[in-house]
Design a protein around this ligand. Structure first.
Ligand code: GAR
Length: 198
């Protein structure tokens, strides 16, 4: 059974998709052992509590240095016996030592078709604002392994989503979540949990 720690910062709809996919058998042989949030008031924490999942809040501002913050993140993931770390809307760049510690065992969902609209400063609604500004007709989402760069690790799954006339960033974000993110993130976890990714 793959032991998954999910890291969040906000609403937690991707976390919910994982919880639901485990419950209905779409994700096989995995369970969420802990949800870590860098925000005390993240709604994702309520979703986790409702599902009976252990939660932990680790805010950068509560630590004197980046090193102390990294140690707290690492200790929390280790204590939970984590096999796989899933960044599900975790809007903080992970400290390098954490990435080294869990090398090859961290995945991230990003709300665009990488390499478009990704990298430093591209997160959440901002990604969809930029896609609309550029006038792309197709966007989507990507699940990738996390390496030391920002959105540069090996791609696991992508799914395209149409941009429609009259889209606002909010409308586009919702379509990308519904049609892509909530499908490919659970699918990627299932593939990893069942040894189907080399
Ligand atoms: C999601 O759209 C996710 O792809 C994005 O933040 C949102 C979190 O929503 N992540 C990034 O932009 C990472 N660069 P959620 O809290 O409802 O899952």
């Amino acid at each position: 059974m793959l032991r998954v720690t999910v890291m969040v910062s906000g609403g937690g709809t991707n976390l919910q998709a994982i919880i639901d996919a485990i419950a209905d058998g779409t994700i096989r042989n995995a369970r969420i052992v802990r949800v870590v949030s860098n925000k005390k008031d993240a709604y994702a924490l309520e979703r986790a509590a409702r599902a009976g999942i252990d939660t932990c809040v680790i805010c950068r501002k509560d630590y004197d240095s980046p090193g102390a913050f990294e140690k707290a993140l690492t200790a929390s993931a280790e204590e939970a016996g984590t096999d796989l770390v899933v960044l599900a809307g975790f809007l903080v760049v992970l400290p390098e030592a954490f990435v080294n510690r869990f090398e090859g065992r961290i995945i991230n969902i990003h709300p665009s078709l990488i390499p478009s609209f990704c990298g430093k400063g591209f997160y959440g609604l901002k990604v969809h604002e930029e896609a609309l500004k550029r006038g792309v007709k197709v966007t989507g989402a990507t699940v990738h392994f996390v390496d030391k760069g920002c959105d540069t690790g090996p791609i696991i799954l992508q799914k395209a989503v149409e941009v429609l006339d009259g889209d606002t960033p909010e409308i586009l974000q919702k379509r990308v979540m519904e049609q892509a993110e909530w499908k490919i993130l659970p699918k990627a976890i299932d593939l990893i949990a069942n040894g189907e990714i080399v």
